[in-house]
Ligand binder design. Sequence first.
Ligand code: SF4
Length: 420
Amino acid sequence: MLHENVTCTVCGCLCDDLKVRTENNQIVEMQRSCFLADAWFKEQLEASPQPVTINGTPADYDQAIIKATELLRNAKAPLVFGLSRSSTPGQRAAVELADRLGAYVDTTASLCHAPSIMAIQQVGEQTCSLGEVKNRSDLVLFWGVDPLVTHPRHGERYSIDPSGEFIPNGREDRTIIVLDEQEGETAKVANQLLQIDSEDNFRVIWALRQLVRGKPLHWSDDESVSLDELRQLADQMKNCQSGIIFFGLGVSQARLGHRVVEALLDLVTDLNEFTRFYARRMRLPGDVTGADSVLCWQTGFPFAVDLTRGYPRYEPQEYSAQSLLENKEVDACLLIGSESIPKLSARARAHLTDISTIVLDYPGQSPQFTPTVQFTTGIYGVHYRGTAYRMDEIPLPLGKFLDTIDPADHDVLNDLLKSL
Ligand code: SF4
């Protein structure tokens, strides 16, 4: 069978134009997928882990639900963490379960773009869809990100090559500028590379703000970027038809990243005095944007939420999974997707392996330790229908094209809820 318009959930681009040919419940051919998607589908679909285990030993599904319920019921301070590789039905069930338990709930955003979210909460953001970028943006800046490596089809579909309503000649009508520490793959196809140490981003952004607003600027000749280069960039930004800055972890994960992103968002606000300009985060995991959205509509906050008092409280420094685990403030953890465990600090990982853990993972994933209870779940967009949010917050439907005997995240989480 040929399945068209399949949505890939491997990165935040959520390309929804893939063609997949299947035979005997196996993928035999994929078209329009990139190298990241090819590797991911192979890894997930060729793996055949035990569907359910208790302390590493194969177990019956009902037994595992009983065991996991017991762990969660007896926990004084449970944590629900992950969610970015799930889908709206799984994320919604996870928040409902966390609410019932009086748990902390956090998403992998706290390990990636948390500083950007905090900055947006402070100064707001000028948003647009990727469709608008494709149709209007004649100046595209990639700051602290190398999309040809991390989001391979972003350039082809939205930001570098495609023709759009006001960009009839595609690449020829666009100026692409990369601002990064070193030359990556995107810089090789860009019009210009400005090499900036990530710790200098804050000063460079403020210098641009001064130049854009026509204010005096003292700039040393020792800086990695010259005053002439900054002047030229400020002029290009003010005089474009529509501009966009796509920024990545190279900006948000620098020291005081939330202040750097705040400055960048303020620069974009300044630019809107002269032209149309936007800034957008390059989200990495497939549905981290969906996790933000579901948490926001259910609790009012996008990550690091404390539900222990029966109402939501938000404090990124205190209620992020990393802080809670490092400070040994949780005694059980329900992980929905373990792919972000390597990003936790060694201290947080050490505590995670000391407490009771219930892990829901796709077939090719593994938490790198033996959880107390583990469920292998079917993949949204492959085995189960669902909804995922693209990096520009556009929700896209996920279809199914393979069968599985594994339950979906929402099946396991709803069974836990019923059992509680
Ligand atoms: S760019 Fe991202 S969403 Fe698109 S096919 Fe590649 S991995 Fe999938």
